[in-house]
Design a protein around this ligand. Structure first.
Ligand SMILES: [Zn+2]
Ligand SMILES: [Zn+2]
Length: 273
């Protein structure tokens, strides 16, 4: 029986004062480890260490978009990784060109000695420590013996995508940040797990949309329409940190399957039938 493990290292929205920013480790049945978004600051390093997940063990990052709460941790992940495993193969970051350009600018801004160009980040010793892999929506990327991923456009900012990962007979979809998105529904058909953001409830539907996000009801509607096996809500904002029940309750009015709300450091396993 194939089993995947999903470890949430950060589950907070950009302005959340209680939680680390979005970062998820997906351990696939074939041993492939994927980092879905990279949080900010050193939160992936700190929270990862608590779960025995270390930067030097990451090889692939699937980046949803270029907002700081999703990519800001990458220079620190690279720094720790280079320190602990200087001769390791480069950390490969997969995303649309537009998001990678933003990330390259971040590395240029913070790197003192590294060379950052269109292809990679290189140390003064000549080691390539990060490689950029420009993705195209709908195109499959092989990531492991039985693991592949494909990104799809979502409705947030330019270049924002969600990711569909297929591994050992399991399908896991991550929305990244998005308003309600038809393209997500289309790309998520038959997902075993849909990890979807929800900033608020329908009480502030307009505010969520204005900020480029969706409500728990909208996330649940997407889960219902794509036939997801379960819905995990993440990207939690400050008012819902201690009141995630409101998000789950609203989601359950639109979707019959299991609904949960992720917390920092929580781990979910999913098995093929
Ligand atoms: Zn965000
Ligand atoms: Zn965002």
């Amino acid at each position: 029986m194939a089993e995947a493990r999903i470890s949430f290292l950060g589950t907070g929205a950009g302005n959340c004062i209680h939680r680390a920013h979005t970062a998820i480790v997906l351990d696939c049945p074939d041993g492939t480890r994927l980092l879905l978004d990279a949080g900010s600051g050193n939160s992936v390093l700190r929270n990862g260490a608590q779960l025995g997940l270390y930067a030097e063990d990451f090889e692939h990052v699937l980046l949803s978009h270029r907002h700081g709460d999703h990519m800001g941790g990458l220079p620190h992940i690279q720094g720790r990784r280079t320190q602990m495993a200087p001769n390791a193969s480069p950390l490969v970051v997969h995303s649309l060109e537009e998001s990678l350009a933003g990330l390259q600018n971040l590395f240029k801004a913070v790197s003192i000695t590294h060379r950052v160009d269109q292809d990679s980040v290189t140390t003064t010793e000549g080691n390539r420590v990060v490689a950029w892999d420009p993705a195209e929506t709908g195109q499959w990327i092989s990531l492991g013996r039985h693991t592949r991923a494909s990104c799809f456009p979502v409705n947030h900012i330019g270049g924002a995508v969600g990711w569909r990962v297929e591994t050992g007979g399991l399908t896991i979809v991550f929305s990244g940040d998005t308003r309600y998105s038809e393209s997500l529904v289309e790309a998520s058909q038959g997902a075993d797990v849909l990890i979807h953001e929800a900033l608020t409830t329908d009480d502030d539907k307009e505010g969520a949309s204005r900020r480029g996000h969706c409500t728990a009801a909208e996330a649940a509607r997407a889960a219902a329409l794509c036939g997801a096996g379960q819905l995990i809500i993440t990207h939690i904002d400050t008012p819902f940190h201690l009141n995630t029940q409101a998000l789950a309750d609203e989601a359950r009015t639109c979707y019959d399957g299991p609904v949960s709300v992720a917390d920092d450091l929580c781990i979910t396993t999913v098995s093929s039938p």
